[in-house]
Structures are given as C-alpha cells and as structure tokens.
Ligand binder design. Structure first.
Ligand code: NAP
Length: 293
C-alpha cells in the first residue's frame, strides 16, 4: 500500500477562497473582519509567523494590525493595549504571538482577551467550550487537521485515534475535537511507556511531539491515516516532521508531508476564526447603515 499524500497547500487555498467570499459578503454590509496581532520581543521564528499572518489577512481581504512591543515592555502596557482592542469594534480577533518574555505571565495576558475575540481559542472560557462540546473558536492547528480529514472524507466516528503529544495548543485540543466526533481517543506524551503499543492500534495517528523520526513504519498500523503536525528544523536547515515520511508512506492509507501538510492550514484556520467572529458580531449588531464602517 502506498499512502495518498494530503496536499495541505491545496486544501488551504480552497479554505482561503471560502474565507475571502465570506469576507466579501461582510464587506457588502460595510464590515471588514479585523485581526490584531500582539508580539513582544524579537524572537525570529515569531517574527516569521507574524508576517505570514499579516500577509494572509491581506490576501483574503481582512484588515490586520500588528502591535509589536520591545522585549522589556511591562505586562501592564500589554494589558492596556488588549483592553483597547477588546473595545475596538473594528477588531474581531486578537492574537498573542507566543512565546512571551519571561516577565509577562502568559495566562494573565490570554485571559485579558475578550472571549468573543479569542481567535486562537486559548482563553479558559473557550478551552471549557471545547471540553463540553460547545466550541466557538477551535484552536487553529487542530482545527486545520480536522479540516484536512473532512476534506479527504476520512471517517472519524468509532475509529481509534492516537494523538502523540499532549500540549495545550495542539495535542489536547486535537484529542478533544476528535472525541467530539465520536472517535476513541488515546493521548500519549513523553512519559508514555512503550509508545508503540498505542500507536500500532491507531486508525488515525496524529504526531505532534516535535521529535524528528519518532514515528517509524514498525509502529504504524497498515492502512492508518497518519497526520504529521511536527515541524523540526534539521541542523542543515531543512524541515522535517515527527514521522519517517518515506517509510510510513509505504504502509499508511493517507499521510501529510512536512512541509506542505498541516502547516499551511494553521494560519488559514486563524483567518476562518476571524471571519467567523466578525460574522457573529455582525449578527449581534443587525444590519448596518451604509455610512458606518
Ligand atoms: P510542545 O508544547 O513541546 O509539546 C510536545 C508534546 O509532545 C508534549 O506533550 C510532550 O510530552 C510530547 N512529547 C515529547 N517527546 C515525546 C516523545 N518522545 N514521545 C511522546 N511524546 C513526546 O510542542 P507543541 O507546541 O505541541 O508542538 C508540537 C510539534 O508541532 C512541534 O514540532 C511544533 O513545531 C509543531 N507545531 C506545528 C504547527 C503547525 O502549524 N504545523 C503548529 C504548532 C506546533 P510531555 O507533555 O510529557 O512533555
């Protein structure tokens, strides 16, 4: 068996076209979805991610604004800006680019974002929504994985899903989202003893550990769907996931490549969450007169 390689770039393009159309519908009502991105410090990787997000907004007709603070900026100043953005009717999504410098408390900052503008889905209210099956803003990376599975019409209900990685931004929300689709879900992490005894049972295996070469073909069931969330930079500069792509491809039914699999979906789902937020705000406000912006 040779797996079908899921083309994340192609699916991301389709989803972005949908977002553009939804943004145009809002524009006809004089509403332009707006995203505010907050970055503190000069982490080079964060700089690349932030630029990608701003560029992606432009491509689909969203307004974006970047609030880039010096490394030593105090928490109170960041909270002040969030407060202003929470009140700003032109902003429908607020995102804090992580990591933050150590003197800023991540939880405090995330909790300061209005739960109605929390497009990353990291506010405890939205985390709770995910747990009880009432999700408003699904976290972007697992949401992207879900869209890839839906696009390929891969059934989820009743299937064994193993998620390798238990972080708050990828592994845990991924597991919850697939549980809501009635999968039987197992979450593994760095302290899991004998990872293979779990992964070998997976009909759908999601690798999100950040460990290159962690998932080799011996630990994958024949015909499994293998989703590689990992992004690992090799010393030579190339990017690889957590899955031994060449070998596992010979055994799986579907597989995502790195790069070009889950990666392009993450920013795309951020755009979807921002447009969705603007639609909800528009729904609450009712029709707007042509002169108001
Ligand atoms: P993270 O916060 O470092 O979490 C990694 C998780 O993997 C932890 O739960 C850890 O277990 C577990 N883990 C580490 N080594 C393991 C091992 N040998 N066996 C089993 N589990 C292991 O990372 P993250 O933010 O979730 O990101 C995970 C990967 O996805 C990274 O490569 C990251 O770059 C990538 N990523 C990609 C995207 C995308 O858009 N494609 C988005 C976000 C992240 P413990 O909890 O026990 O420590």
């Amino acid at each position: 068996m040779v797996a079908k390689v899921i083309d994340g770039n192609a699916v991301a393009r389709l989803v972005r076209t949908e977002c553009r159309q939804r943004a145009e519908t809002l524009k006809a009502r004089n509403i332009q979805p707006g995203l505010a991105v907050i970055m503190v410090g000069n982490n080079p990787a964060s700089g690349v991610y932030v630029r990608n997000k701003v560029k992606a907004c432009e491509e689909v007709g969203l307004r974006s604004e970047l609030h880039h603070f010096h490394e030593n900026t105090g928490q109170a100043q960041v909270l002040d800006v969030i407060d202003g953005l929470n009140r700003n009717p032109a902003i429908h999504g607020i995102l804090i680019q992580l990591p933050l410098p150590p003197h800023i408390q991540v939880r405090t900052v995330l909790e300061a974002i209005s739960r109605d503008k929390d497009v990353d889905g990291f506010h405890l209210y939205n985390v709770g929504g995910l747990v009880v099956g009432d999700t408003v803003f699904p976290p972007c990376t697992p949401y992207g994985v879900q869209r890839l599975l839906e696009h390929e019409r891969i059934p989820i209900e009743g299937r064994n899903v193993v998620v390798v990685g238990a972080s708050n931004i990828v592994g845990k929300p991924m597991a919850l989202m697939l549980m809501q689709k009635n999968a039987t879900v197992c979450i593994c992490h760095a302290k899991t003893r004998d990872l293979a005894q779990f992964t070998i049972l997976a009909d759908i295996l999601v690798a999100a550990a950040g460990v290159p070469g962690l998932i080799k073909h011996e630990v994958v069931k024949t015909g499994a769907v293998v989703i590689d969330v990992g992004i690992n930079r090799l010393p030579g500069g190339g990017l690889v996931g957590d899955v031994d792509f060449d070998q596992v491809r010979q055994k799986a039914s579907y597989i995502t490549p790195v790069p070009g699999g889950v990666g392009p979906m993450t920013v795309t789902m951020l755009l979807c969450n921002t447009v969705g937020s603007a639609e909800r705000f528009a729904g609450r406000e009712g029709p707007r007169p042509a002169s108001s912006t």
